[in-house]
Design a protein around this ligand. Structure first.
Ligand code: ZN
Length: 131
């Protein structure tokens, strides 16, 4: 398993981590298998979406803010209830196939680390399985 960190700059942001995950695959030498990405945090997540137009992650974050407002009479008293809810909506893991040494992603797809309670330093775990 590989661990790497990202330092986020704002409360909510989506950071393209595809290159860093791809580097893990390349270093492993695995040609065929599975790549699992896991986020060991309760207010962050990982998702796959469009990398070409930066307005797509902006729209996603703006829509999430409308669906899950920062303040909304939450019971959780840490002040980050919205971040917990957003993290659960997106989930803590993604699995991507590895074929011929490359991640199998669609032309416009990237893996995005999703920060919902930044700025913080976050861990990203990557596990590669040959087969
Ligand atoms: Zn909390």
């Amino acid at each position: 398993m590989t661990t790497f960190t990202v330092s986020t700059q704002t409360r909510c942001e989506m950071i393209d981590i595809t290159e860093r995950v791809t580097e893990s695959v390349r270093k492993s030498g695995i040609r065929e298998g599975l790549c699992q990405v896991f986020i060991p945090h309760t207010t962050a997540a990982v998702t796959i979406n469009e990398n070409a137009d930066p307005d797509v992650p902006r729209d996603i974050l703006a829509a999430l803010d409308r669906i899950v407002p920062l303040s909304n009479q939450y019971r959780h008293t840490e002040g980050n209830a919205a971040a917990h809810i957003k993290a659960s909506l997106f989930g803590a893991s993604q699995t991507v196939f590895i074929k011929e040494g490359h991640l199998v992603l669609g032309t416009w797809q990237s893996l995005f680390f999703c920060e919902f309670d930044g700025p913080r330093t976050r861990k990203i775990l990557v596990r590669l399985t040959a087969g």
